[in-house]
Each structure stands twice: as C-alpha cells, then as structure tokens.
Design a protein around this ligand. Structure first.
Ligand code: FAD
Ligand code: NAD
Length: 468
C-alpha cells in the first residue's frame, strides 16, 4: 500500500494549492480527484469558463454597440457563432486544467483518478474510474471536495431547459428569454453573458435587492446599469413553482404583496447558491463531523473533529470563493509543516465580474452601522476620471469607509471598469492597516482607474477630492 505524509481529496483551487504547498514544504503528497481533469469547479465549470464567456460576450457587445462610436466601422452583419464561442471557452479550460497536471508533475505529487472514500482516519479507498480500487495510507488528510449547485425543493433540474451554471456554460443555442432565479453572483454574471448575446433576461430575486451580501450602494448602482443594459429585475419575489411545458419554462412567484406573478421563458437558470459536496466520502468513518447544512465542521486551524484530518474551501464555512479556498490550502500545508500561518477572513475580497465589475473588501456600511462603529465615507465617481472618459466606461464609483477617529480603512466598495483588479490595492492597504490619508498620499499613475481609489481616500480623509 502506498503511504504518504498527506493525501488531499479534491483537486479544486483549495486541493491543488494545498498539494503544491505541501510538496514545497517537503511532504510526500497525493491528490485524489474523481474527474479526469484537475482543477475542480473553478477551472472546469466555474471561475475560468464563466470569465471566458463574459470576455467573449463583452467583445461582441463592444463590436455591435460601441465600435461605431469609436470610429470603427465593420461592413456587413456582426454575428455570434455560439458553437465557436463555447469551443474557445473549452480550449481555455483545457489549457488551464493541463497546467495543473503539469504543476502536479513538477512538484512530484501523485495524482489518483477516482472517488476517494474514508476507510478510517488514515486510510482512503479509491474507486478508480477504470473500475479498480486501491487503498492508500496517509498520516494527514485534507478534505477539499468543494460544492455543487443548490436548488429549491420543488424544482426538477432537467439540465436541458431548467439548468444550473454548469449547463449554462455549454448551451447549444442563445435563449430567447432566460429567466434567472437568484440575483447573486452566478445569476448576474451568466445573465449578462446571455443578455449581451441577444437573449431577453429576467432576474427573479427573493430579496429586495441584487447581490444582497454586498454594500447596498453597489447593489443600487449595478441594478441601475444592468437596467440600462435592458436586463429585467423582479425583486422581492418568492419563486414557488418551476414547470417545463415543451420548450417553455413557466415560473410562478409571489411578489411582496403576495400576488402571483408568472414568468415564461425558454430557459430557466437556477442560481440560488451552492451546497457543500461530500457524497461518497464516508467521512463519518474517520470521525469527521458536519453541521446542519452539511458543511464539515472545523476549528480555527481548519482541523476537523478528527485529529489528523483538515478541511478547506467550499466544503467548510465561509465565502465560497476560489481565492479563499487557495489561502486555506496554503494555511493547512503550513500548519502541517509546523508553521503558524494566519488568514484574515475580513480581507478576502469579493468580486462580481459583470461589466461594470463590482468588488469589495472589509466591512459594508450596513455592517458598520449594525456594529455601532463610527465611520466616515468618501466616494468618487468613475465618470470624473479622464481615463474613464477616454475608454467610455464611466459608470460606477469607489467608496472608502474609514474609522471616524483613527482614519483606518475599514471597507472599500467599488463598481466600475477593472474593479476586479483595482480591489487588490484596497486589500494591500487594509493588510497594512493603512489610513485613508495613507492611500490619499500615494502617487497613482495618471490617467488610470486607480485614481478613483486615491480620490475616494481624499474624500474620506477630509472631503478634499480634487476632481469633483
Ligand atoms: P471545488 O473547486 O469544488 O473542487 C472540489 C473537487 O473535489 C472537484 O473537482 C470534485 O470532483 C472533487 N471531489 C469531490 N468529492 C470527491 C471524492 N470523494 N473523491 C475525489 N474527488 C472528489 N470563485 C471565485 O473566487 N471567483 C470566480 O470568478 C468564481 N466564479 C465562479 C463561477 C461559477 C459558474 C461557479 C459555479 C463558481 C465560481 N466560483 C468563483 C466559486 C469557485 O469555483 C469555488 O469557490 C471553488 O472552486 C472552491 O474550490 P474548492 O477547492 O473548495 O472546491
Ligand atoms: P449567491 O449566494 O451569490 O446568490 C444566490 C441568490 O439567490 C441570492 O441573491 C439569494 O437571495 C437568491 N435566492 C435564494 N433563494 C431564492 C429563491 N427561492 N427565489 C429567488 N431568489 C433566491 O449564489 P450563486 O450566485 O448561486 O453562486 C454560488 C456561489 O458561487 C457563491 O457563493 C459565490 O461566492 C460563488 N461564485 C462566485 C463568483 C465570483 O466570485 N465572481 C462567481 C460565481 C459564483
């Protein structure tokens, strides 16, 4: 029987990063993945393919709606070739997952293809895809089995017309009318993809605003911009039934007055969150315990109820984000090597890759009010930037929240072009516990979108933004 210092079950961004870090730290490492490609949800059916589709559809929208204004004329009709678009997306996925194979090889990590299942706390049975089984032994084990889409109890996901994000990334046709249940990250990103490609898109959301976990000002601005892009929103609507009739899908919901509203489309994307995935893992046999939502219970060192077993990523509490899973993978590897690493969960940024992009780190205004923290806010509109006008991406703003007395930055919330990248400056500043004045005194290249961060910091410092 092969023996390892550490075995990792699941090769998503949590699992494969943990494997690399363990190998870097000198541990004999194995990784077990049930699919034939590595990289988990993120690389295969999540972050990477959705961004590939967002980028392709963005190019199409620019070509059809914005090129002319820039003085670019394309004779003839501009058309979408969906099959080709999806094939390009798949080739990006293939290159990326192959890259993980290369990294496993480079770091001398043994890869097992098959379903990992605990025999006891130090032994894993692997049911291989070729029908054979193999048992391995490991001193330490990391559960990184990730998550799967959730649904609602009354929905039958037929995966043809009532679909999850996985199917939405490989449709054979552009929907005429896509009804999206859930105005969260997936609903808005993939809703925007199909809106740009020509579908009518209606987002039905249970709460009174989209991206409900983010600062309310971001929800408001994104709603405004997406409405301009002709996405329809039905907020405060509780979906109660989803029924397929031939090629149509009929969704019934109650609005906030309790009145029934009927939505009819040819596709329904169910995007109401994700749930932890532990099917077939048999973790009970190793003494691993779960909470009432099926998440693996871990302590502050990400150790489960079993002494030598850890868990990371979507399968445990916290934000379901690839970069959070990666940080946790690194943390566990370093703990196993006897180091004392730390993650500040308050500083894990959240990003929505719509256009304009939405990004945030730290506390929202609602959270600060709730906690009774005295704060000041500085906000700067993107439209006041020369760079934004040059590229005609003028929607959005940067808002910095700082402690009223100490001026320490407590939260940064932004919406606009390239905010997914701009948020890194805010994370760096907050990691070093910068004040708003610290940011405002740093030189920001001109003309850039990053100038909005400096200007918002000036506004937060003592209301002295320069360009408004
Ligand atoms: P996963 O990536 O889910 O990987 C778990 C792996 O474990 C899977 O490959 C699974 O097959 C394997 N596995 C499970 N059980 C077993 C078993 N018993 N034996 C062997 N293997 C097993 N996050 C971001 O940060 N940015 C984004 O832009 C983003 N976009 C997304 C877009 C979409 C459409 C979706 C669905 C998700 C997106 N996410 C994004 C979320 C991100 O994909 C997840 O947070 C991330 O993949 C979690 O990583 P993980 O390692 O915990 O698990
Ligand atoms: P989400 O939690 O972001 O959004 C789900 C939305 O559905 C919420 O707004 C919720 O109020 C709504 N909802 C729940 N029940 C409903 C009902 N009965 N009727 C109508 N609306 C209802 O979940 P998601 O968009 O499915 O994404 C799943 C996970 O994947 C998220 O945790 C997210 O972190 C991750 N993800 C991240 C990114 C990114 O980082 N850019 C992109 C995609 C997915």
């Amino acid at each position: 029987m092969d023996q390892y210092d550490v075995a990792i079950i699941g090769s998503g961004p949590g699992g494969y990063v943990a494997a690399i870090r363990c190998a870097q730290l000198g541990m004999k490492t194995a990784i077990i993945e049930k699919y034939s490609t590595l990289g988990g949800t993120c690389l295969n059916v999540g972050c990477i393919p959705s961004k590939a589709m967002l980028d392709s559809s963005h190019h199409y929208e620019d070509a059809t709606k914005h090129f002319e204004e820039h003085g670019i004329e394309i004779p003839g009709e501009i058309k979408v070739n969906l099959e080709k678009m999806i094939a390009r997306k798949q080739s990006v996925v293939d290159q990326t997952t192959k890259g993980i194979e290369f990294l496993m090889d480079k770091n001398k990590i043994t890869v097992y293809e098959g379903i990992g299942s605990f025999k006891d706390a130090t032994h894993i049975n692997i049911k291989k895809n070729d029908g054979k089984t193999e048992e391995i032994e490991a001193k330490n084990i990391i559960i990184a089995t990730g998550s799967k889409p959730s649904t609602l109890p009354f929905i039958t996901l037929d995966k043809e017309r009532v679909i999850t994000s996985t199917e939405a990334l490989k449709l054979k046709e552009i929907p005429k009318h896509m009804i999206v249940i859930g105005g969260g990250v997936i609903g808005l990103e993939l809703g925007q993809v199909y809106k740009r490609l020509g579908a009518e898109v209606t987002v039905v959301e249970y709460m009174d605003r989209i991206i409900p976990g983010m600062d309310a000002a971001l929800s408001k601005e994104l709603t405004k911009v997406m409405k301009k892009q002709k996405v329809k929103f039905a907020l405060s609507h509780k979906v109660k039934s989803v029924e397929r009739k031939g090629d149509q899908v009929i969704i019934k919901a109650d609005d906030k007055k309790g009145q029934e509203v009927v939505f009819e489309g040819d596709y329904c994307l169910v995007a109401v969150g994700r749930k932890p995935y532990t099917d077939g893992l048999n973790a009970d046999a190793a003494g691993v315990k779960f909470d009432e939502r099926g998440k693996v219970i871990v302590d502050e060192h990400l150790k489960t109820s079993a002494d030598n077993i850890y868990a990371i990523g979507d399968v445990i509490k916290g934000a379901m984000l690839a970069h959070k899973a990666e940080e946790e993978g690194t943390l566990v590897a370093e703990i196993l090597a006897g180091q004392k690493p730390h993650i500040d969960y308050n500083l894990i940024p959240g990003v929505v890759y719509t256009w304009p992009e939405v990004a945030a780190v730290g506390k929202t205004e609602e959270e600060l009010k709730e906690a009774g923290v005295e704060y000041k806010a500085g906000q700067f509109p993107m439209r006041a930037l020369g760079r934004a006008r040059a590229s005609m991406d003028i929607d959005g703003f940067v808002k910095i929240l700082a402690d009223k007395k100490t001026d320490e930055v407590l939260g940064v919330h932004m919406i606009g072009a390239r905010c997914a990248d701009l948020i890194a400056e805010a994370v760096t500043a907050m990691e070093f516990r910068a004040s708003a004045e610290d940011i405002s005194r740093m030189s920001h290249a001109h003309p850039t979108y990053a100038e909005a961060v400096k200007e918002a910091a000036l506004a937060a410092t003592d209301n002295r933004a320069l360009h408004v």
